[in-house]
Write a protein that binds this ligand. Structure first.
Ligand code: AHM
Ligand code: MG
Length: 330
């Protein structure tokens, strides 16, 4: 059986070489993160660091280690102008933007940190934006990053589960690669991921039921009513509490992932971050034939005002997102 590696895939003539180079650097960083994740308690990576990130969350050793790995390896990619991350308050400039333009990389280096200690799937999420046209000849600023998700030229995630998988879009569909730990090559294992239209699964943290907005409560209540309810079928609920793992399941076999706005903090749009969590996942879901919604419109069209801005997140099978839209409009 012939196999296609990530390197071969990225050498296609339709992919700009400097973008391919950057994606290769992110993937290489994730091979290193995967190795650290697998060492677990046998290495020095478990536990909290004693510091907090810009969002006031306790940083785990693995959060910071993963951040450092991506910063170091991606800085080598020639086309990269600057990086931003969940773990850093401000941007990390790399080089002045040359005449060919450049790229901005955003990432959540280790998503689902609460699952590290319990040996449950975690992940890395990344998003690549073009540097704005007027940035040539100067260092980029934070304002250059504040572009809608629709501008992304690439998005992806790596899930560190029983297998380590990279799921990637360069704007023309979604493909998945599986890491062969023997040779450290990413092998193309699904060239065209497609979210099934029909679903019987939803993912939401049900502990927050009492805080939800009415349209979300209505949607979930109707799923729970099962075959006797208005949906006329039984649903399953799943919640890994790692967005990467939950969205990976949705992209693989359909369903809906939700972390919507709720009444706990009415002025906060949601828990998850727009630029390095919601937007890359929304592009992947859309490219796999699904849709995403932030309670007002498409996630990818949401106005961006800050690097660490939060978002209300609903994404998955198209018909389910259309239903959620209708309920929000009612
Ligand atoms: P993190 O980036 O600090 O790990 O937080 C994001 C994670 C998501 O992966 C997941 O969907 C969510 O937080 C789980 O939150 P909760 O524990 O409230 O269910
Ligand atoms: Mg995260």
């Amino acid at each position: 059986m012939s196999t296609t590696t990530l390197a071969a895939y990225l050498s296609q003539s339709t992919i700009p070489p400097r973008l391919a180079d950057l994606v290769g650097a992110v993937a290489k960083g994730c091979v290193e993160i995967s190795a650290q994740v697998r060492r677990g308690g046998a290495g020095q990576i478990m536990g909290a660091l004693g510091s907090e990130n810009v969002q006031g969350e306790v940083q785990q050793k693995l959060d910071v280690l993963s951040n450092d790995i991506l910063l170091a390896l991606c800085a080598e990619a020639e086309g990269l102008s600057a990086m931003a991350s969940e773990e850093m308050e401000t941007i990390h400039p790399v080089r002045e933007v040359g005449p060919q333009g450049g790229y901005l990389l955003l990432f959540d280096p280790l998503d689902g940190s609460s699952n590290i200690a319990v040996n449950v799937s975690i992940g890395t999420i990344f998003s690549i934006l073009p540097t704005p046209a007027d940035s040539v000849g100067r260092a980029v600023t934070e304002a250059d990053f504040l572009q809608p998700g629709r501008n992304q030229v690439c998005a992806g995630y790596v899930v560190y589960g029983p297998q380590t998988q990279l799921v990637l879009t360069l704007g023309e569909g979604v493909c998945a690669f599986t890491l062969d730990p023997e040779c450290e090559d990413w092998v193309l294992t699904n060239p065209a991921m497609a979210i099934p239209a029909e679903t019987k699964e939803f993912a939401i943290n049900a502990a927050n039921t009492r805080h939800w907005a009415a349209p979300v409560s209505r949607y979930v209540e109707e799923c729970l009513a099962g075959v006797e309810g208005p949906r006329g079928k039984d649903f399953n609920m799943r919640w890994v509490a790692s967005m990467v793992a939950d969205v990976h399941r949705v992209i693989t076999r359909g369903g809906v992932f939700m972390y919507p706005w709720d009444k706990r903090e009415p002025n906060r749009p949601g828990k998850l971050r727009l630029m390095y969590e919601a937007n890359p996942m929304a592009l992947l879901v859309e490219q796999a034939g699904g849709a995403s919604f932030d309670g007002t419109g498409d996630t990818l069209d949401a106005p961006v005002t800050g690097l660490h801005q939060r978002a209300s997140v609903m994404m998955g099978s198209k018909a389910e997102i259309a239903r959620l839209r209708d309920y929000h409009a009612a």
